[in-house]
Design a protein around this ligand. Structure first.
Ligand SMILES: *Cc1c(COP(=O)(O)O)cnc(C)c1O
Length: 364
């Protein structure tokens, strides 16, 4: 038996008939971009999160780019952001001419409130919290700091649909919550997609204007906008999945619970929970190990697929070589990039497949 890192066909099979019916309905409707399905999905995703407004977009990166645009900041204003994130978070900031101020993460791989407060300068205008791997950041502490210093908060919730602290969901703590519906995400579609959650109608309308060439009234253009619209077919498929999201997240949490309880090998450092299971929807199950290449080879030999999220932190990527940052600038982040490894976790993973991973890792 082989256990690949992910199997997207399994999550399709779980709800196959509902997906086929939803897709067929859109195909037969004659309306394919920004229509009744998108409006219904926006309403339902806002309701699921207990957020006032949702606006559907074409991707998670677009959600971040538009969020930092609509905060209305000035060039070179500073945005504090964790150094260990997926690079899209940073691109959303720099695409708007803003300056990301990187800070080292806490032991949960997320923005560290203490280091965040130390990084504040007179030029700081915003904070970007990322809920990495599906675990919500320490939002109560982060919001306290933001309020004290009058800073805007953008959440990158692309990996954390449905994670919460005392029932308050990721993406609803700050001013703008950014989501991706890329197929591998917990609420993944069957193509690209994204959305934002916001608190007031004016801001929601601004996102709608910007996603459609900067137009509020057809063929009248207020700003140089984007084409960042959500397809009807994606919205229809996401509506199907959203109805089952809590159950799908619980399935991943059950797999994670087994890994946490049953993997028992001093060579493997397991993830820690900051706010219990409620706070982590396990988009990824990420361990650390000293000799990662050896463990990857071993897993390969045992038919277990692994991946690295992410092998190179943004500050060392070629895309940001102009910053001139060398290895050693962010040692905690760099050490994570050198030692993290993601184990298989996906909807439709069988108990036997979970057994195989656990047994192999314990025998390593
Ligand atoms: C996936 C992801 C994004 C980007 O979303 P896309 O829809 O792929 O553009 C941004 N931030 C994080 C943390 C992500 O995981």
């Amino acid at each position: 038996m082989k256990v690949p890192h992910n199997r997207l066909d399994r999550q399709f099979d779980l709800l196959k008939d509902e997906y086929l019916q939803a897709a067929r309905q859109v195909l037969e409707s004659g309306w394919y971009v920004l229509g009744p399905q998108v409006e219904a999905f926006e309403r339902e995703f806002a309701e699921y999160n207990d957020a006032p407004f949702c606006v559907g977009l074409a991707s998670g990166l677009d959600a971040l780019i538009l969020a930092f645009d609509l905060l209305g900041l000035k060039p070179n204003d500073e945005v504090i952001v964790p150094a260990n994130t997926y690079i899209a978070t940073i691109m959303g900031i720099t695409r708007n001419g803003l300056k990301p101020v990187l800070v080292e993460p806490d032991q949960f791989y997320n923005l560290d409130p203490a280091r965040l407060e130390q990084a504040i300068t007179p030029k700081t205008r915003a904070i970007c919290a990322v809920h990495l791997y599906g675990q919500i950041a320490d939002m109560p502490a982060i919001m306290n700091i933001a309020e004290k210093h009058h800073l805007a908060v953008v959440e990158d919730a692309a990996q954390a649909h449905g994670a919460s602290i005392h029932g308050k969901k990721a993406g609803t703590w700050g001013d703008i919550g950014c989501f991706s519906f890329y197929p591998t995400k917990n609420l993944g579609g069957f193509g690209d997609g994204g959305a934002v959650l916001v608190k007031d109608r004016k801001l929601a309308d601004d996102f709608k204007m910007m996603r459609n060439y900067g137009s509020r009234v057809t063929y009248y253009f207020e700003r140089v906008g984007y084409n960042s619209r959500l397809d009807e077919i994606q919205a229809a498929l996401l509506r199907v999945k959203l109805k089952h999201l809590d159950r799908l997240n619980q399935q991943r949490q059950q797999i994670a619970r087994r890994y946490l309880e049953e993997i028992n090998n001093p060579k493997i450092i397991l993830p820690q929970l900051r706010f219990g299971m409620e706070g982590h929807i396990f988009h990824l199950f990420v361990i650390q190990t000293e000799d990662r290449d050896a463990l990857i080879r071993y897993c390969d030999q045992h038919g277990i697929g692994t991946k690295i999220h992410y092998p190179q932190p943004p500050h060392l990527s070629q895309a940001y070589q102009q910053w001139g940052l060398q290895r050693g600038s962010f040692p905690i982040t760099e050490s994570m990039a050198d030692h993290v490894l993601s184990l298989p976790i996906y909807n439709g993973m069988s108990p036997e497949e979970v057994d195989l991973v656990i047994d192999a890792l314990n025998a390593y």
